[in-house]
Design a protein around this ligand. Structure first.
Ligand code: FAD
Length: 314
């Protein structure tokens, strides 16, 4: 193990919209931030999608990876330093925080901003990743608009799945909710709303057996009845997977307070965690909105909170 003897003002962990925005604001405030952005997933969730139409400032839409490269370049322009590596352990409780990279080097700072995001749970089927943004989606708010007059399947039985299904009826010709059990987990009010919608039908005790592809796009689905094992084809060209999210908070367990679902707790509307000098932003905190713009907004808040915290130390 080696140590970077320099004690930074702030280290940012995570290279999505929250992390890059925090780095941009911290850099412009002359805080010389150092950002760790992962070894294999630089740029975060938006690098896995194609067109982003709801990030303000891009009337023609913008390619997800391009948007993230631009955010990074903008932060670097003002002096943010980026290391494409994973932080594998943290020690956050002291006045000087320590984070260790995958080569064992310890980096130290007076403040840390956690912006590690969350991952969408997947079905684990072939074609699922390859067709992301090409008929397969995890976010109706993000992608619903692309599915006008299409037959869509939503997988899941909780509140999110019902909310996505109901929202998608604004665009879709039909929405089929596919759920592995015979009853939904969603709250009664969400169920009632979905049951009352003429465009929504239900395939209970069912799971997706196959995601079909033609010409690089989702072309149909095969459903399997989990009781009889029988399969049937469904003419759908959209698949929304709404089976939950996993916040990337494992690293902070035992130091930062987590809620029952593993999201980091902050003193909202600030980004302060339970440890002075440690702030958290983006989807690792956010149960509800999970958008690039909300992540970027909270990254900005985290940098401003950090700036104020550091000024109290001097
Ligand atoms: P993320 O973007 O998830 O970034 C977190 C980063 O931190 C990742 O790169 C991760 O690898 C890194 N990291 C995690 N742990 C560590 C560690 N220990 N060390 C170093 N790095 C680490 N939103 C929209 O507004 N519009 C859209 O059109 C849209 N489309 C989407 C399409 C897809 C396919 C997906 C998956 C999401 C989409 N979203 C969209 C949602 C949006 O991408 C997220 O809300 C947003 O990216 C969250 O930003 P974040 O910075 O919190 O986290």
């Amino acid at each position: 193990m080696s140590a970077d003897t320099d004690v930074r003002n702030v280290i940012v962990i995570g290279s999505g919209p929250a992390g890059y925005t925090a780095a941009l604001y911290a850099a412009r405030a002359q805080l010389r931030p150092l950002l760790f952005g992962s070894s294999i997933f630089v740029g975060g969730s938006l690098t896995t999608t194609t067109e982003v139409e709801n990030f303000p400032g891009f009337p023609e839409g913008v390619d997800g990876p391009v948007l993230m490269e631009n955010m990074r370049a903008q932060a670097e322009k003002f002096g943010a330093e980026m290391i494409d590596d994973d932080i594998i352990s943290v020690s956050l409780t002291g006045d000087i925080k320590e984070v260790t990279d995958s080569e064992g080097t310890v980096h130290r700072a007076r403040a840390v901003i956690v912006a590690t995001g969350s991952s969408y749970r997947k079905l684990g089927l072939p074609n699922e990743d390859a067709l992301s943004g090409r008929g397969v989606s995890w976010c109706a708010t993000c992608d619903g608009f692309f599915f006008r007059d299409r037959d869509i399947v939503v997988v899941g039985g909780g509140d999110t799945a019902m909310e996505e299904a109901t929202f998608l009826t604004r665009f879709a010709k039909s929405v089929t909710v596919v759920h592995r059990r015979s009853t939904l987990r969603a709250s009664q009010v969400m169920q009632n709303r979905a049951f009352a919608d003429d465009k929504i039908s239900f395939a209970f005790d069912s799971e997706i057996a196959e995601i079909k592809e033609e010409g690089g796009m989702l072309s149909g689905l095969t459903l399997r009845d989990v009781i009889t094992g029988r399969t049937r084809d469904l003419d759908a060209t959209g698949l929304f997977i709404a089976i939950g999210h996993d916040p990337r908070s494992e690293l902070f367990k035992g130091q930062l307070e987590l809620d029952d679902e593993g999201y980091l707790k902050v003193e909202a509307p600030s980004t302060r965690t339970n440890i002075p000098g440690v702030f958290a932003a983006g989807d690792v905190v956010d149960h509800t909105y999970r958008q690039a713009i909300t992540a970027a907004g909270s990254g900005c808040t985290a940098a401003l909170d950090t700036e104020r915290y550091l000024s109290t130390l001097n």
